[in-house]
Design a protein around this ligand. Structure first.
Ligand code: PEP
Ligand code: MN
Length: 362
């Protein structure tokens, strides 16, 4: 899969627009509801209509989707608006029904991606299909599990693939419903640059007011598009009411989003960039050299601790380092959280190196 450069060709071949914009309700509720939303969306930049037919809910008893009854409604949406239709599938039976109703795009939800048995069942039921299939990241921040999900489909001969970054569950409450952990998405893109990646700011935010920022961040990171939950009457939505926005708000957001070119076109800008990158490379070398020197000092400290049989971790001293660095970063305008993270990493490695020395048998 790594070497398949053609894996994302369908995106440009189908001319779905850049950024690809998928919109529609969290759940299909009634025929009138899906048609109303789709008609309000059709003149925007939206080219794909999403709707949840079977809804995976955390606890039983809440609305679990209207099920297969919604499939003919979605066929009608396609007929009346020309929008392509995307739905979530979680079982072989969902796939069968989706194919029977000529659904254009299938996506595998975050809870399903976390379960290799379920993904394999879907992959087997799609064997050699030319359907477009998106794989959402698993709920847990596990890059390999996400890649594994895509691989299962690829090995089953499904090659029109894409991934959706929808953030990750965390036990600790954050500002987000699902923490974006952008680095995981960047790692995925770095390993599989030809697989299209879109962002789902609705499920990352869990609320309306941060959708635009997250979507902009995704575009700045060269995502290929966004999937945004949209409802004609969001407050009355049967699921995810807090995060859905109206087609009108979506349109305003899309208009404000800044789409930047993927690469430089002007020679002058490229020359400037080359020079600046040379400078960066030099500072990176200095950074690395400084780290090497720091580790050499750390090793000497370890020798002293070993001789005197003193514990490797000295919390008071570590607190002093962190305090000093916090103060310096405040003074210099560097982000304190970044500096703290950085020094925690450096400190952890120092401890590891010291442990190796003090525990070395003679
Ligand atoms: C959805 O897109 O409606 C959905 C259920 O998302 P996720 O699988 O990301 O929770
Ligand atoms: Mn939803």
């Amino acid at each position: 899969m790594e070497n398949d450069k053609n894996i994302g060709n369908w995106l440009t071949e189908m001319n779905l627009g850049h950024p690809l914009t998928i919109a529609g309700p969290c759940s299909a509720e009634t025929k009138e509801q899906v048609l109303e939303i789709a008609h309000q969306l059709k003149d925007n930049r939206v080219t794909v209509f999403r709707a949840g037919v079977w809804k995976p809910r955390t606890r039983p008893g809440s609305f679990e989707g209207v099920g297969a009854d919604a499939l003919p409604w979605l066929q009608q949406v396609k007929k009346e608006t020309g929008l392509l239709i995307a739905i979530e599938v979680a079982t072989a039976n969902h796939v069968k029904l989706a194919l029977e109703h000529d659904i254009d795009i299938l996506w595998i939800g975050a809870r399903t991606t976390a379960n290799p048995f379920a993904v394999q069942e879907i992959a087997d039921s799609l064997k050699d299909s030319d359907k477009i299939v998106w794989v959402k990241n698993p709920v847990n921040p596990d890059l390999e599990l996400w890649i594994g999900g895509v691989e299962r489909l690829y090995k089953a001969g499904v090659t029109n693939l894409g991934v959706i970054h929808r953030g990750f569950s965390t036990y600790k409450k954050t500002d987000y419903r699902n923490a974006p952990k952008w680095q995981i998405a960047i790692d995925f893109k770095t390993r599989f640059p030809s697989i299209p990646m879109i962002n789902d700011p609705s499920h990352i935010c869990g609320r309306r007011d941060c959708i635009e920022n997250v979507a902009q961040k995704a575009l700045d990171l060269q995502f290929d598009g966004v999937m945004i939950e949209t409802h004609h009457d969001p407050d009355k939505a049967w699921s995810d009411a807090k995060q859905q926005i109206t087609p009108n708000t979506l349109n305003e957001i899309i208009t404000r989003l800044i789409v930047r070119a993927k690469t430089f076109k002007s020679e002058k800008a490229i020359d400037k960039l080359i020079l600046l990158r040379k400078e960066i490379n030099e500072t990176d070398k200095i950074l690395l050299k400084t780290l090497i020197e720091r580790m050499e000092i750390v090793k000497k400290i370890a020798q002293v601790k070993k001789e005197k049989n003193v514990a490797v971790l000295q919390t008071k001293r570590w607190q002093q380092v962190i305090d000093k660095m916090t103060l310096l970063s405040k003074e210099s305008g560097l982000d304190v959280r970044f500096v703290t993270r950085l020094f925690k990493e450096v400190h952890q490695e120092s401890i590891r190196q010291q442990e190796k020395i003090v525990n070395k048998k003679k």
